[in-house]
Design a protein around this ligand. Sequence first.
Ligand code: PLP
Length: 408
Amino acid sequence: MKPLTLPPRLLMGPGPINCYPSVLQAMSTQLVGQYDPAMTQTMNEVMALYRRVFNTENQQTLLVDGTSRAGIEAVLISCIEPGDKVLVPVFGRFGHLLAEIAQRAGADVYTIDTEWGRVFDPEQIESAIKRIKPKLLAIVQGDTSTTMLQPLEHIGEICHQHDVLFYSDATASIGGNPFETDNWGLDAVSVGLQKCLGGPSGSAPVTLSERCVDVIKKRHHVEAGIRDAHHTDAEGSRIRSNYFDLSMIMDYWGEERLNHHTEAASMLFCARECAITLLNEGQEAVIHRHKTAGDAMLAGIQAMSLTPFGDLTNKMNNVVGVEIPQQVDGEAIRQQLLCMFNIEIGTSFGPLKGRIWRIGTMGYNARQDAVLHTLQSLETTLRRAGMHLPLGEAVDAAMAVYGQQSHD
Ligand SMILES: Cc1ncc(COP(=O)(O)O)c(C=O)c1O
């Protein structure tokens, strides 16, 4: 077998994207033992860094090992006892995922729906909360399947008024769009690294409010093989997953350092570097970089006379949906972009499968050169497929967003 070499793709889909080079380097750091002070100190550092990423004071801010849905499963299975009511407003594929995971955790799940390409008004959510009286509201912030960003800033207050736990999956949006855990009154948030944080998938940072921790600790049961005399069982029902039992994961990340899994150290190093990269550049600067790249991509798409998808006032900064023109084969265009230009863009799911492409500008790839290469390559590919386009205007429009007007 030869050493692994993969084509040098430019990943401009809805994620994963190319990693920051420093993140790749951090991943290859040599290991130390699980309880080496250097390791536990690094775990503490990661907790402190992700408090800043999440904009929270929550002590319980830690990593769940696994992809983003590991974070979702851990939060939902640890908070939900069988028969609890959970409300999920669904505005795309990942809302359906939250509903499914809550169902598997034994919840009585209620959904409200809106057309894909739209988001919810706080009033719609409040009226559903009043009607259903759930224990927990689970909602996605940025649903990559539709490219929409659900405003969350008024929902926390509603949840607190009605004594509902407020959980959001911000996997696809954190880093590229504002996210304020404490100011918005969130009780639980989970994310992943592979979008605007510029890492690979495989680690799910999670943060939990005191209120949420209390709910979880009521179900605290320590594994038989590692119990000491002082460990007593809490009254609540045992969390139905061992791997995703946040009460035991908190013991592992806490002062007791009670063994649970073996921390995925290389992903820990990687998550640490993702946070440092974000915080060194500055959260606002990174969000601004994503907004500019997203605006430039959108301007280019519109200048090419293609139609963006959905309610643009609620679009995520880091991904745009593009209606696939009727005269071309959407999959063939994606294949040609991949094979001829080494550029990957995405398709979508469910009702949007085959109807839109999704073009991302996130993390390391929220850069002017990546935007321009993608627009120019898409224009060329569409022209060669027989479309008549206003040639050169996409790149000019994107450059204008970057403040570089043409002089003609
Ligand atoms: C909003 C959102 N939630 C969850 C996921 C699932 O992430 P993973 O594939 O890392 O489990 C994704 C992946 O695209 C996502 O965009």
